[in-house]
Each structure stands twice: as structure tokens, then as C-alpha cells.
Ligand binder design. Structure first.
Ligand code: WT7
Length: 705
């Protein structure tokens, strides 16, 4: 590593002496670790000149290099069209098909190679591989069914509510082949959560699975489809076809009855389309490929709309250069395809590069703490990708398990939340056996692909820091007033990206105004400008830039809780709690959790005449699970006499967050009802006072305006 800034900027200010309290972080700067010569020797990206080629001077044309990893039906005439700022259009004039790029184009060379390895959760059930040829056949037949049986055509939206089975990528690719926009809802979400998304995106077809294995149980998933259709109807959206894949073709694992005329078993209908081939539809590069919903500050999830050409170029490029995927690699990303990580880095990125991607159905520690490592050994996985929450869980369940298995990773990823250096080191030394490099990739549902990470063969790793920005990504950290916080200032601020990039989402489905307000309004230099330089993208994260050019992400600056690496909007949880008739007011705050990072604590006050009993708490938990899903289950529900409020009546969530996390509550005398604070504190913590002065940045700041 030279003295220069890792992003290639010549000048790096010397680190200034910064006092402990100025540094809004909770672990010290760690020493760096260099990639091994073996890794560097085989890596896809070893040329530091890449940063020069992707500098702002060469923007946006530099991204041709990513787009050239794809096969285009027609080359584009405009790399970046800013005429509808801030809705950026990439590779305009180009025509392309995502499915063709993930499947068809690999056939001449790789038709007999595994595209997908499927590992069922039950260990006595054989795992199997789907070759590129087989994937091609399945995708074509299902595309024929979607077109000719379900009547779907280019531009239609379709909701998928599917767990981790190979039929999920088959379905996504079949949609992509036709230009049908898929909107996959995480399988663990409730039927009602699916309904909200069906209604928002206007889907009349729902694709699901009858059931799947999870933690040793067979989950009846079909039942969620019934709830989804019923609730969507109430929201004004009729679902007229439900297509149900069977976990075991020919045999139903769900006893939920079929609805005549609405529900169809996919493999029954598929028989009619055996051997069918559908030409991939040649689509404008800037057409949408899919929607992915994510939580925000209001109760309503946002449908992030991703493009075909830009998104595919970005995930192919980052899979190649940051994930270091080669066609001969066996790549296992343990995320769920129901999240953006799975879309970009289980399905579209790896398949665009003709890799073999692993899909594991179940829980990483089922039936025991060695399961993940047995899978790695058996398939000879050499690239591994997961989240800190899973790493913590694996470490707790079996700190020495990896040693028992003969697998070798060259590359590992951590994603989704900050990773504690101590956990990072276990990942590096024990899981990676000191042989694998680690990339800590920071990005979001909206960004389509990575924003910050080390380039594995070029930069040393620094535990607890995501690293520098990717080639072509130019971040800036602003304080509240829009002043730039420089490298080494020791101050945290709002991290933004100065420039558009091809992987960025195009808009929020049906709500351009919310898109502009949420992501661009804060630091926009001129709302009428068509120049991208006037539109920094607000990520919503707090961050700090060290003198060496490495970013450290501190967490969300909005009312969003990062639970096990996934975003939950506190407003969504609060509105769910308020559906319980006993509840007058609800406030949700994050509480630190050893495994999941953060989990929600729910404070409720009851309406007059309702008793403060266990029953009300149970109802709140049930309401949250049915509205959102088990993933949002609160750690605690507290029934409080009243909420701490300002004189203007605003609930002071920050005070509640301090109580939940036994932090110093600070001065509450200006509140309308200061006395209630101590009552709540005693209720939560007991009589004795044991507050710590400082806590994690996201929690200390939680609820600030
Ligand atoms: C939020 C995005 C990106 C896929 C998974 C989550 C946090 C993400 C990191 C990281 C620290 C991270 C941020 C971000 N985050 N990666 N490497 N280090 N924080 O996607 O649900 O859209 O959440 O996750 O707060 O804004 P998401």
C-alpha cells in the first residue's frame, strides 16, 4: 500500500490527533493485513490503474468496461443520460436481455457445467446440480408457461414469494427472459407483507412454493398465498392466478386447499410446455428488471426499481473484480435470494460470469454447528459470502467447528452491518483458516451492488472498516450543513455518493417524489439542474473516513433498525402494534443484541379501560409477526404508563433507546412529563442504576431529528 489515498487521490492529510470522545466509534483502528501472493496471483483485478481509469475525469465513460462484460443485442449510444435528473439512465439506446446473459450465452462453452448447486436442508436428502443446459431448459419452459398460460408480457409485474429453492432463480430468469418485472418478497415475510407489495406494484400473478424445510420443520408456505390474495383484494388488487411450485414435484407438502380457478400447480401445467423454447426478448437497457422493496422512515415499504443494462453491468463487474469470481469457482453466498444480496450476488452476478452458485435451503447451524462447513467441504466451495449476524451465530454455536472440515476458501465476504473486529478475526483465522482474504462490502438495496470494499488483490484488509470506495464510486461525507468532512478529521457525518453509477436504482416504484425527497433533496445543489454533479446521493448512513482512505460505517441516520443485516422501519413496527385495539401509543427503538446486532424493543401505552397484562403484549407480538413476519419479532414489549414526550407532544424515542440499552439518559427536565422517565427506567432495568456513559453511535443518536 503506497502513501496515496486508496481511491487514487494524491493527497491524504496526516491523521490528526483526535480525542476518544470525538471519534464516534466503538472500536479502535486495527492493523491492516495484506492479501497473500497466492491470492494475488490468480486475481481478476491486480492493476491499480483501474482507479485512474474510473476517476471522475473519466466518468461516466469508464463504465463501458463493466458493460463490455455483457453481450448486447445492440450497443448503446449514450452512456449516461441525465435529462430526467435525478432519474439516471444508463446505456441508452442499448438493447439487452438479462436471462440471455446469465444462461444462453454460456452454453457453447459451459453447458455441462453446474450453474446451481442445490443443498436441501435435510441432510439425508441428496443435493443436486443444475447444469447451464438444464437451467436453459427449465427457464425456457417456465417462460413459456408465464407467457402463454399466465398471460404475462413485457412490463407486467409479478410477485414472487419464494424461499431458497432453485425454482426461485428459474422463475426470476424466466421473467427476465420475457421482460416481466419480478418483485420477490423474502420468503420469511408474512402473507400480509406480500399483499402490501402485490398491491403497490399492481401484480395479478403470485408465484409461490407449497412448502420448504427450515430449522428441521416443514413450513407450510401455501397458506401465506391465501392471506396475500385476500389482503391484496382488500387493498384493491386482485390476484387472478397463483402459481405454486411443489417442493417435491408430484407430491404436496401443504394441506392448505387449492382455490379452484386461481391456484395452479406449476409442474402440472408445465407438462404442456415441455421442450418449449422462447427467444429472449431484446429489451431497452433502461427498462426495469425487478423491484425490491425495502423499509424507510414511513410505514410504507419502498419498491426500489432496478434497470436491466446498468444493473447487470454493475453486478457483473463487481462480481468479477470484488468477489473475484472465475467460471471455475464454486461460490456460496449464504444470504437469502429474497434480499438484494441474493439477487445481485447469488443469482445475477455469479451467473453472468458462468460461475457455479450454491443455494442452501435452510439454517446454517441445522442440524448442528458443522453443517455449513460440511457443505463447503463437500462442494469444494472456494468463495464464501455471509453477514456478521451469521458469523456471530456460527461462532457461538461452534467456535472450533471449521477446523474439523477440509475446505479451503480463497475469498470471503461480510455484508449488511458493521462487523466487530473480534468477530472479523474469528472469521479470518478460523473460518478462512488464515488463507482467505476478506472483503467487507458496504452497500444497500437501492445501490444494486457494492459501494465500498477493498479490492481484494490491491488493498490490505482492515478489520472493522469497509475499506475505500470501489472504482468509479466517489463518496463524500457531509456534516448537517453540507460541509465536507475530510479524511482523517475524526468526525462522523452523512455519507453520500457524488456521482451516479450503473447499479443504482432508477426510482421508487410509483413514487418519484419520495425517491427525490429521500435520496437527493438534502444536499441537492439545484433542483432544476440536469447535471449529476448537483445531485449527491444520500445513503442514510453515518460514516467516518480515516486518513488512509478507509471508510467506517456507523449505522443508519434515520428511524430504521438494522436487524441481522436487514432494514426494518420503526414506523412499520409501530403501525403494526397500533392495530391491536388495546394500544393507544407505540414507540419502537433498537436494542443491542449479541447475535443480530440490533433488535426492536417495543414500548406501548394502553387505552383507558384496558389492563396492563401479558395478553396485550402477546397481541402486540402477534400483530407484528402477521403484518411483517417473524424477522421483526421484538426482543421486549413494555407496557408503560405514558410515553416520554416533549412539550409539543413528540415521543422521545431517544430516551427510550437509552433506557433499553442502559445508557446515560441525559437531562429530561425539559420534557412535558419528566417523572415518567424514571418509572419506565425502573420497569425496564429494575431499581438499581447501572447506566453506561457512551453507546453505539446509531443508538445514541436514535430518534434525533
Ligand atoms: C444498510 C442497507 C447491502 C445488502 C444487505 C443490506 C448497512 C450494509 C454494511 C457494511 C456496515 C452495512 C447500512 C446500509 N450495511 N452493509 N458492510 N458495514 N453497514 O441491505 O437492507 O438495503 O441495508 O445496511 O446501514 O445502509 P439493506
Amino acid at each position: 500500500m503506497s502513501k496515496q489515498d486508496v481511491a487514487g487521490n494524491a493527497e491524504v492529510p496526516e491523521a490528526q490527533a483526535v480525542s476518544e470522545s470525538e471519534i464516534a466509534v466503538h472500536w479502535k483502528e486495527e492493523a491492516t493485513i495484506y492479501p497473500s501472493p497466492e491470492f494475488i496471483g490468480q486475481a481478476n483485478l491486480t492493476d491499480p490503474g483501474m482507479f485512474e481509469r474510473f476517476s471522475l475525469e473519466n466518468f461516466p465513460e469508464c463504465y463501458k468496461e463493466y458493460a463490455d462484460l455483457l453481450d448486447w443485442d445492440q450497443y448503446w449510444h449514450t452512456t449516461l443520460d441525465t435529462s430526467d435528473a435525478p432519474c439516471w439512465k444508463w446505456f441508452v439506446g442499448g438493447r439487452i436481455n438479462a436471462c440471455y446473459n446469465c444462461v444462453d450465452r454460456h452454453l457453447p462453452k459451459y453447458k455441462n457445467k453446474a450453474a446451481i448447486h442445490f443443498v436441501p436442508e435435510p441432510e439425508d436428502e441428496p443435493l443436486y446440480a443444475i447444469t447451464y443446459q438444464e437451467l436453459y431448459v427449465r427457464v425456457n419452459e417456465f417462460a413459456a408457461l408465464l407467457r402463454d398460460f399466465a398471460g404475462l408480457k413485457q412490463g407486467d409485474r409479478v410477485t414472487l414469494h419464494m424461499p431458497m429453492v432453485p425454482e426461485l432463480p428459474v422463475t426470476m430468469l424466466a421473467c427476465a427472459r420475457l421482460g416481466v418485472i419480478h418483485s420477490e418478497v423474502f420468503g420469511g415475510f408474512s402473507g400480509q407483507a406480500a399483499a402490501d407489495r402485490i398491491a403497490d406494484s399492481g401484480c395479478r400473478v403470485l408465484i409461490t412454493v407449497d412448502g420448504y424445510h427450515r430449522a428441521g420443520k416443514m413450513i407450510n408456505h401455501k397458506v401465506n398465498a391465501d392471506v396475500a390474495c385476500e389482503m391484496a383484494e382488500k387493498l384493491g388488487q386482485t390476484v387472478d392466478k397463483v402459481l405454486i411450485w411443489q417442493r417435491y414435484p408430484g407430491k404436496s407438502v401443504s394441506d392448505t386447499p387449492m382455490v379452484e380457478g386461481r391456484d395452479f400447480i406449476v409442474n402440472d401445467v408445465l407438462k404442456k410446455y415441455a421442450g418449449k423454447r422462447i427467444d429472449p426478448v431484446s429489451l431497452p437497457a433502461e427498462d426495469p428488471l425487478f423491484l425490491m422493496y425495502t423499509s424507510g422512515t414511513t410505514g410504507k415499504p419502498k419498491g426500489c426499481q432496478h434497470s436491466i443494462g446498468g444493473y447487470m453491468a454493475y453486478v457483473a463487474g463487481t462480481s468479477k473484480y470484488i468477489q473475484d469470481i472465475h467460471p471455475e469457482d464454486v461460490y456460496w453466498c449464504m444470504a437469502d435470494i429474497g434480499w438484494i444480496t441474493g439477487h445481485s450476488y447469488i443469482v445475477y452476478g455469479p451467473l453472468a460470469l458462468a460461475a457455479s452458485t450454491v443455494i442452501y435451503e435452510g439454517v446454517p447451524t441445522y442440524p448442528d454447528a458443522g453443517r455449513a462447513w460440511r457443505i463447503a467441504e463437500r462442494l469444494d466451495v472456494n468463495i464464501f459470502h455471509t453477514a456478521p449476524t451469521t458469523i456471530r451465530m456460527l461462532r457461538k454455536a461452534g467456535p472450533d467447528e471449521p477446523k474439523k472440515y477440509n475446505y479451503h476458501f480463497k475469498h470471503m465476504t461480510t455484508v449488511g452491518e458493521p462487523i466487530e473486529p473480534e468477530v472479523w478475526k474469528w472469521y479470518y483465522e478460523v473460518v478462512g483458516k488464515g488463507e482467505a482474504i476478506i472483503v467487507d462490502t458496504w452497500w444497500q438495496t437501492e445501490t444494486g451492488g457494492f459501494l465500498c470494499s477493498t479490492v481484494p488483490a490491491l488493498h490490505p484488509m482492515k478489520p472493522g472498516s469497509t475499506g475505500p470506495a470501489l472504482p468509479g464510486i466517489h463518496p463524500v461525507i457531509y456534516d448537517e450543513d453540507g460541509n465536507e468532512l475530510k479524511a482523517g478529521s475524526g468526525k462522523a457525518g452523512n455519507i453520500c455518493i457524488r456521482n451516479p453509477w450503473p447499479g443504482a436504482f432508477q426510482t421508487i416504484w410509483g413514487d418519484r417524489e419520495r425517491y427525490v425527497d429521500t435520496y437527493y433533496a438534502k444536499y441537492c445543489k439545484d433542483p432544476n439542474s440536469k447535471d449529476w454533479r448537483d445531485w449527491p446521493y444520500l445513503t442514510g448512513d453515518g460514516a467516518m473516513l480515516a486518513a488512509d482512505g478507509y471508510y467506517r460505517i456507523l449505522g443508519r441516520i434515520d428511524d430504521v433498525i438494522n436487524v441481522a443485516g436487514h432494514r426494518l422501519g420503526t414506523k412499520e413496527l409501530e403501525s403494526a402494534a397500533l392495530t391491536v385495539e388495546d394500544i393507544a401509543e407505540a414507540a419502537v427503538v433498537p436494542v443491542v443484541d449479541e447475535i443480530k446486532g440490533r433488535v426492536p424493543d417495543v414500548y406501548v401505552s394502553l387505552k383507558p379501560g384496558f389492563d396492563s397484562d401479558e395478553e396485550a403484549k402477546r397481541k402486540v407480538v402477534a400483530a407484528i409477526e402477521t403484518t411483517i413476519g417473524k424477522i421483526a419479532r421484538p426482543k421486549n414489549v413494555y407496557i408503560v404508563p405514558d410515553m416520554p414526550k416533549t412539550r409539543s407532544g413528540k415521543i422521545m424515542r431517544r430516551v427510550l433507546a437509552a433506557i433499553s440499552n442502559t445508557l446515560d439518559i441525559g437531562d429530561v427536565m425539559t420534557l412535558a412529563n419528566p417523572d415518567v422517565v424514571e418509572d419506565i427506567r425502573v420497569l425496564v432495568q429494575g431499581k438499581e442504576k447501572v447506566a453506561t456513559k457512551k453507546g453505539p453511535e446509531d443508538i445514541e443518536r436514535f430518534g434525533d431529528d
